[in-house]
Unconditional design. Structure first.
Length: 319
């Protein structure tokens, strides 16, 4: 039995659009349009129990899931939503014990989700350049109880020459120009390591795909994930009126070796030295053609014999 205590997280659930995520505090009250609830009344109750407000409305005391934390997260930036996060985890095979690289912490929704999967033996190393957003992310990660599984670093990996981590299992990139960091990400990933990039536009997908091939990534896949809710009621089930909106495109790939580079023991990819081409054998000297024999001199043609002189005839005379 899971009992609610002081400082326990509780999702006060009235309906799908009216729910409040809070940590219980003995002296606090929850004031809503459906009435007031005293936190102290929840202490000692089992998760799933319900309380009644001063306006006779029932509110259920639910134990928050990671979905609840993400949907109630404090926004500093646009977040990655559960419908996309689930596919990222499945496609990349994220699991307990893995080391995850994240570039672009944002509000920490993806950071928190991934940390909840790789714990307790794994870790998330997340990098960002905006201190304001990093503080918001830190607060959200702490609220989800995942701070010990996350290391936040203020570092611009676009310009830094530093390679802060290596042998990462998965790299998650949430930048406007993810192709810029691909060479560095490649050095930080293990062989066959997976990469996921968050791309709001198709133009970004095009540029990223070209860069992935240039940086020797394979199994490239671009997808969009749409979820449709159903209003299921007896005799009148239909699609809900909630619109289907675009959130982002996802681009997946895996680090490979195309034969142009080989991995060293330091984890840095270097080009192998090309083998010297074998020296071509000298062509054998052509044998001199045998001298042609002199043609035999033609024999002189025999001189033609002189034709015999014609005999002269004596003219006859008459007396």
């Amino acid at each position: 039995m899971s009992i609610i205590k002081d400082k326990s997280p509780v999702l006060f659930f009235y309906n799908d659009s009216k729910k409040w995520l809070m940590n219980i505090s003995k002296k606090e009250e929850l004031h809503t349009h459906i009435g007031v609830l005293k936190h102290a009344d929840a202490i000692g109750k089992e998760y799933g129990s319900r309380l009644m407000t001063n306006k006779d409305k029932y509110v259920y005391l639910l134990e928050p899931t990671m979905y609840d934390y993400i949907m109630k997260i404090q926004h500093g930036t646009q977040i990655v939503y559960p419908k996309d996060l689930g596919y990222i985890a499945a496609r990349a095979g994220i699991q307990d014990g893995q080391k995850i690289l994240e570039i672009g912490t944002g509000s920490g929704s993806m950071t928190s989700f991934v940390a909840s999967i790789v714990k307790p033996r794994g870790h998330v190393y997340t990098f960002d350049v905006d201190e304001k957003f990093m503080k918001i992310a830190e607060k959200n990660i702490r609220r989800a109880g995942l701070s010990k599984y996350v290391t936040q670093t203020n570092l611009d990996l676009k310009t830094s020459k530093e390679i802060p981590v290596t042998e990462m299992d998965v790299a998650l990139i949430d930048l406007g120009d993810p192709w810029v960091v691909l060479p560095k990400v490649r050095q930080m990933l293990k062989g066959s390591g997976c990469i996921f990039a968050i791309c709001p536009t198709m133009n970004q997908l095009e540029k990223l795909t070209i860069a992935l091939i240039e940086n020797e990534f394979t199994d490239i896949e671009s997808t969009e994930h749409i979820i449709r809710t159903i209003a299921a009621r007896e005799g009148k089930t239909r699609h809900s009126f909630q619109g289907i909106g675009h959130t982002t495109y996802l681009c997946f790939a895996r680090k490979a070796f195309f034969g142009r580079k080989a991995k060293t023991t330091t984890g840095v990819d270097t080009a192998p030295k090309a083998k010297a081409a074998p020296k071509a054998k000298a062509a054998p000297k052509a044998k001199a053609a045998p001298k042609a024999k002199a043609a035999p001199k033609a024999k002189a043609a025999p001189k033609a014999k002189a034709a015999p002189k014609a005999k002269t005839t004596k003219k006859s005379t008459t007396n």
